[in-house]
Write a protein that binds this ligand. Structure first.
Ligand SMILES: Nc1ncnc2c1ncn2[C@@H]1O[C@H](COP(=O)(O)OP(=O)(O)O)[C@@H](O)[C@H]1O
Ligand SMILES: [Mg+2]
Length: 268
């Protein structure tokens, strides 16, 4: 595989914890979330636009949890209520004891019986996909304080409403993830390349390159990934077809602009 092909692969969206990068802001949010989890809260709302690093963050929190018996992650919403409730049950009591006909009401009774005796944290990713009736039940389960939920959801116009209905009156704690700053963008690109031992490539990015990348992507990590992927795709093309057009010491802004054009961030 050519070098630029390999570089493209680095910038494919993934949420593997060994690929986690500690950026100033991501560390800040990490500590904030950890602090909230330690507080006697019922729910914590983690929200932000797609691509701001919510999944990466909660996967990291889950991975780092010292006591795995107390922290659980549901990455993809379980659509069937019965299955979802059974899953929650398995987090607080042995799976072998799950009643065949476990209903939501029965589960609430079980939680009430376990009050003060059991406390677990459940991380729910992509929570915007739970129907609003289910969200309401999740909230009522959290009222028993046996399960504390970290609810991660995308912030969009529509979901802002969901957030309002369910979260406003009893704001437990909300953490909003934001796009990265120019500094984060620089660190993200540099650290990702260095992590894969591409020191020379990391050095090819000037401040002007980074500012341009930040301008096109607004510091959204998913967009940065896409732009970097496309940029290396273009470099791969030139390396194979017109190697005299590219330098191996500097990235030309022209190619960043070409990537932005290709991705539709700008129009010719
Ligand atoms: N701290 C980080 N370390 C490494 N990669 C990150 C980090 N934050 C974001 N990313 C990258 O950005 C992409 C989008 O992040 P993700 O957590 O999936 O966003 P969200 O869940 O908010 O939509 C991930 O696939 C990953 O490649
Ligand atoms: Mg996500």
């Amino acid at each position: 595989m050519s070098r630029y092909r390999q570089l493209q692969n680095i910038f494919i969206d993934r949420i593997e914890v060994n690929q986690y990068i500690g950026l100033d802001t991501s560390i800040l949010f990490y500590n904030k979330l950890l602090e909230s989890i330690r507080k006697p809260l019922k729910m914590i709302l983690l929200y932000g636009r797609p691509g701001t690093g919510k999944s990466v963050l909660i996967n990291k929190i889950y991975h780092d949890a010292k006591d795995k018996r107390n922290v659980f992650l549901i990455s993809t919403p379980i659509q069937k209520e019965e299955e979802f409730i059974k899953k929650l049950y398995s987090f607080i009591l042995p799976e072998s004891t799950i009643p065949e006909d476990l209903t939501y009401n029965r589960f609430i009774d079980i939680c009430n019986a376990l009050k003060e005796k059991k406390h677990v944290t459940v991380l729910l990713d992509e929570a915007q996909l739970y129907p609003s009736g289910m969200m309401e039940k999740i909230r009522l389960i959290s009222d028993t304080r046996v399960i504390k939920f970290v609810v991660s959801l995308h912030k969009t116009e529509k979901e802002d409403l969901i957030a309002k209905e369910h979260f406003q009156s009893r704001i437990w704690e909300t953490i909003e993830l934001k796009n990265g700053t120019i500094h984060d963008t620089r660190m993200y690109i540099q650290k990702k390349l260095i992590h894969h031992n591409y020191f020379e490539i990391a050095n090819m990015f000037s401040n002007s390159n980074i500012r341009l990348i930040h301008r096109f992507t607004k510091g959204n990590y998913r967009e940065i990934n896409k732009l970097m992927f496309t940029l290396f795709e273009i470099y791969d093309y030139y390396e194979t077809n017109k190697p005299s057009k590219i330098s191996d010491t500097k990235i030309k802004n022209k190619y960043i602009e070409m990537s932005a054009l290709k991705l539709g961030y700008i129009h010719a």
